[in-house]
Write a protein of this length. Structure first.
Length: 384
């Protein structure tokens, strides 16, 4: 046997051993497959099969592609400030709701599943994703795969894609897409897991050392905020036209806006309310709007502080001047009155006995009357 044949034989044996080991090894995809099928059966009595699992690394700027605005987005809280997301498509949400409420899954029928998701949907789907991540985190052989899945619990339901995008502030994410089969082909759905790598705790730095990561959190927040889509609606002017003229419009008709410049543009909200005014123009070939500063609203109450008297448009009035004016007005209106002696010099009660003497006299008189009545009664009894 030649040397080349020997090397080829060794390579084939090594490849066979690697394939056999890979078949026995518990990878991340295999752990999710086994856990999803087992937990769906034990929690909902649902026959669930995993048709495929794909995994890819995605930057934060590309996350909106995987956050389906029509799906149910659940934000998961991890260790520290870690945030992950689980996205259920409409078919998967409907299947889970049917199984937990009716005990069976019906096939997709037209647009029956196209409805707005509610907090009830989130409450019914959250236990499955919590259990899936916690149980699957125990199975993978790779430490990095176990750390990727462990430590998550349900946090909040993100009603809009924008809310989820703001919460997911890590630079990169591991996106795992799972195609699920419900009730032996009754319907298929997709579950997307957006997971961030666990952040390792950094050792505290000594005094005097530079902290290059001190502003990392603020930079992430600024990046996410600037990446959010914001609509600025500007109206050049507002016209009031009769309905007959509006219904008579034809293609190529020209409206006279009566505008000599773009200095009176209106910034309006979604309801048409005017928020501000500004000047419409361009900067470096891009449309721009210079918003007028809001006028500061002056205080509407009177200024009553001593240091503010100079700003008051009122005459200076003192207590002495007020008393003099009041006395003069009273003298002009009231007639002259005779002098009256002070009340302390007038005796309005006369000569009254002392309180103790008058009381004792009344008691003595009452006793004499009682004695007289008792004597008359005794005389009548003797005569009888």
């Amino acid at each position: 046997m030649s040397a080349e044949q020997t090397v080829s034989l060794v390579q084939r044996k090594a490849r066979t051993e690697r394939d056999a080991h890979a078949a026995r090894a518990m990878s991340l995809g295999r752990a999710l497959r086994l856990t999803a099928s087992k937990q769906a059966g034990s929690m909902m009595d649902l026959a669930l099969g995993v048709l495929g699992v794909t995994r890819k690394t995605v930057s934060a700027a590309d996350l909106p592609e995987y956050l389906d605005p029509e799906g149910l987005i659940l934000l998961m809280d991890g260790a520290g400030t870690q945030v992950a997301a689980a996205v259920f498509d409409s078919a998967l949400v409907a299947g889970f709701i049917q199984q937990q409420t009716m005990g069976r899954v019906t096939p997709v029928s037209g647009t029956a599943d196209q409805r707005a998701h509610t907090a009830t949907d989130a409450a019914l789907c959250a236990p499955f994703i919590e259990t899936l991540l916690s149980r699957a985190a125990l199975l993978p052989e790779e430490v990095a795969d176990r750390e990727l899945l462990e430590g998550y619990r349900f946090g909040v339901w993100a009603q809009e894609q924008r809310q989820a995008q703001l919460a997911l502030d890590a630079p990169e994410y591991e996106v795992i897409e799972m195609m699920l089969d419900l009730a032996a082909g009754a319907r298929n759905g997709k579950l997307v897991l957006v997971l961030a790598e666990q952040q390792k705790a950094e050792e505290p730095e000594e005094e005097g050392e530079s902290t290059p990561n001190a502003t990392l959190g603020s930079k992430k927040l600024v990046h996410n905020v600037l990446a959010v889509r914001a609509d600025l609606t500007v109206a050049l002017t507002r016209l009031t036209l009769p309905l007959s003229q509006i219904t008579a419009f034809k293609p190529d008709d020209v409206l006279d806006l009566n505008l000599s410049s773009m200095t009176q543009a209106l910034v309006v909200d979604a309801n048409g309310e005017i928020l501000s005014r500004g000047t419409l123009g361009q900067v470096d070939g891009m449309r721009a709007l210079q918003v007028e500063p809001q006028k500061r609203r002056e205080h509407s109450l009177a200024q009553r502080r001593v240091e503010d008297r100079a700003d008051l448009d009122l005459p200076q009035v003192t207590v002495q001047q007020n008393d003099q004016k009041y006395a003069a007005d009273r003298a002009a209106v009231s007639p002259a009155e005779p002098e009256v002696s002070p009340l302390a010099d007038v005796d309005i009660f006369g000569d009254l006995p002392e309180e103790d003497t008058s009381t004792q006299t009344a008691v003595d008189e009452w006793d004499r009357e009682n004695d007289a009545e008792e004597g008359e009664v005794q005389q009548k009894q003797v005569v009888w």
